[in-house]
Design a protein around this ligand. Structure first.
Ligand SMILES: NC(=O)c1ccc[n+]([C@@H]2O[C@H](COP(=O)([O-])OP(=O)(O)OC[C@H]3O[C@@H](n4cnc5c(N)ncnc54)[C@H](O)[C@@H]3O)[C@@H](O)[C@H]2O)c1
Length: 278
């Protein structure tokens, strides 16, 4: 975490953070930043991810409890909301930082995917946001004026071949955020996606060709790729009361990548690379 002091931006706020696996996880960095800003929260991850025990360290550091939950199991999600009710009464923020594609893990091409795995990709990485909001709302634990963030990637808008079915999952995730956001808006609850640049995490590095995608984005973005800690600072602002009317948006956190064309450095590099062909 950056050694900056907090601003107390989340003082008095309670929340749930999904998806911290190890120190590199974006959710891990967000948990540290939320703690720095005075928030109280619980952590959740799939039981299988908790077996390694890495999350205990984060729980200790942030004074939080861990609740196992496999988001592909609706009953499990419903049970989690009851546990959160007992733990916090109600919550003000939700971080969805969950992504998984069996097709990517097994190196399946987009044109050769296994459909049961495709369903799992969509279920775990996107539909889970719907399930979480639905069951949180049913359990009556979402405070008015709260804020929900799901982490996305520009593969929702553009084709990144190595990201295969996760491109589709992110498009669905962003759509669910918009649609749920419209339903919760009258209660002042914001729902946004933050489209983060390639970041070196366990999920990121699991993608074949990730290094190429990382370098490509880093070279084109005028500010370069933002780190997970920088993403965490941005998410703090969205959880805070300083962004109360920002909702149903896909917000790019990518150093300017999305609107950049090509950089001078890349033009020069490519000119050298393809010199023989010109
Ligand atoms: N790393 C990147 O380059 C990048 C870029 C943009 C967006 N994102 C998104 O950020 C989010 C966090 O990913 P990360 O890069 O920090 O990697 P990560 O591997 O640290 O986090 C992914 C998390 O999803 C959890 N998960 C998987 N299946 C689950 C299930 N069934 N139930 C509950 N949790 C489950 C994993 O245990 C893990 O904690 C993901 O949505 C990812 O797509 C990542």
């Amino acid at each position: 975490m950056s050694d900056r002091k907090g601003f107390g931006l989340l003082k008095g706020k309670k929340g749930i953070i999904f998806g911290a696996l190890d120190e590199r996880s974006i959710a891990w960095r967000i948990a540290l930043a939320c703690h720095r800003e005075g928030a109280e929260f619980s952590l959740s991850n799939a039981p299988i991810a908790l077996r390694l025990g890495a999350l205990d360290k984060l729980a200790e550091e942030t004074n939080s409890r861990i609740f196992p939950c496999d988001v592909s199991d609706e009953e499990n999600v419903a049970e989690l909301m009851n546990s959160l009710k007992e733990e916090h009464g109600a919550i003000d923020f939700v971080l969805h930082a969950i992504g998984m594609s069996p097709n990517i893990r097994k190196n399946k091409k987009y044109t050769d995917i296994e459909y049961n795995w495709y369903n799992q990709t969509l279920d775990i990485s996107a539909i889970s946001l719907h399930k979480i909001l639905n069951h949180a709302d049913k359990a009556g634990i979402l405070n008015d004026g709260g804020s929900v963030i799901a982490l996305s990637y520009i593969g929702a808008q553009r084709i990144f071949s190595k990201y295969t079915d996760m491109n589709d999952a992110k498009a669905l995730l962003e759509s669910i955020a918009r649609n749920y956001g419209s339903r919760l808006a009258e209660r002042g609850i914001r729902v946004n996606t933050v489209s983060q640049a390639p970041t070196k995490t366990s999920a990121g590095s699991g993608i074949k060709g990730f290094d190429g995608m990382y370098t490509f984005a880093d070279k084109i973005a005028p500010m370069g790729n933002p780190t997970a800690d920088e993403c965490a600072d941005y998410c703090v602002t969205l959880f805070s009361d300083l962004t109360k009317k920002v909702t149903m948006q896909n917000l790019y956190h990518d150093g300017g990548f999305v609107t950049a064309g090509i950089s001078e450095e890349m033009i020069e590099g490519l000119a050298k690379l393809y010199a023989d062909e010109e």
